[in-house]
Design a protein around this ligand. Sequence first.
Ligand code: ZN
Length: 98
Amino acid sequence: MTTPTIAEIIDGSLLAERTADVSDQASRVEEEEALHRRIAHARKMKRAQEPDSDGNYAILDCDDCGLEIGLDRIKVAIQNTTCVACQTLKERMHGYRG
Ligand SMILES: [Zn+2]
């Protein structure tokens, strides 16, 4: 039986770290994508609330069907990313009542 050298131990732990990094990558990419979506959404929301230099409000599209989300709906709940129809459908699918 051979005792690993310090170099081998370090190599081994570096390799383990790298392997962990790679397996971690997928979830990190997902996290980043989620973050990007949140930022993009926040920007959209900001544009929807504040007119641009031409005085125009951005039009928000439903994440699900791509139809325009009314400003009334955005004011009700700023997190809304779907139109009333899609949200109702989702709530029904998840069994929410209200
Ligand atoms: Zn929709």
